[in-house]
Design a protein around this ligand. Sequence first.
Ligand SMILES: C[S@@+](CC[C@H](N)C(=O)[O-])C[C@H]1O[C@@H](n2cnc3c(N)ncnc32)[C@H](O)[C@@H]1O
Length: 207
Amino acid sequence: MTYSRTFGEWYDFLMQFLEKPWLRHRRARLLAGLRGRILEVGAGTGINFEHYHPEAEVVGIEPSPWMIRQAVARKEQAANGASIALHQTGCGDPQLHDIVEESSLDYVVCTLVLCTIPDPEAALRDFSKWLKPGGQLIVLEHIRSHHRHIGRLQDILRPAWARIADGCQLNRPTDKLIGSAGFVPVRQEWFRVGLPFYEGVWGKGQY
Ligand SMILES: C[S@@+](CC[C@H](N)C(=O)[O-])C[C@H]1O[C@@H](n2cnc3c(N)ncnc32)[C@H](O)[C@@H]1O
């Protein structure tokens, strides 16, 4: 799998227009209270690191070399005391099973990443296996609209969007996939940032 250098290097610049007005406070709300062992999936440029609690013990995975080098720099700047370890790998890589053990995690954090992981169902099965009983999946994501016509428009735009945004699937119904994977909703909120977006906290199900 190759990752786009242009996308990796321009990501933060492009996202700044969404972050401050719409996403940053949601990241803070989702992450600030988390303690214990956390897997952050597709940590990207490390945009979430500033929000972690000093008692958070974060393992971040990120497959793109262009993204992870920025995450390493952010990790070094983060002064919040959270422990953050980074690995250049991603969901679907067998190496991941050497990094994360079954029933070892208090939280799995996925922000704007379930849209891009090639096999989200398999990833969700792994998250469920890796979470301790009582563990939670934390999600911030754009989703397929529940409105038929907008959803159809997203279907049409998906291939071009995926080329520009390094594999991101504009029409993925992530809010529905998580429930189908056996997770149990704790708190959910649907909102719009031009696109339909979603914020959710899910409990590990019966896996
Ligand atoms: C849109 S960016 C989101 C980055 C960051 N999580 C955020 O909230 O801004 C999508 C990220 O998913 C990563 N990614 C792509 N395939 C992945 C995989 N199989 N496993 C984990 N992360 C992956 C990309 O490299 C990229 O960093």
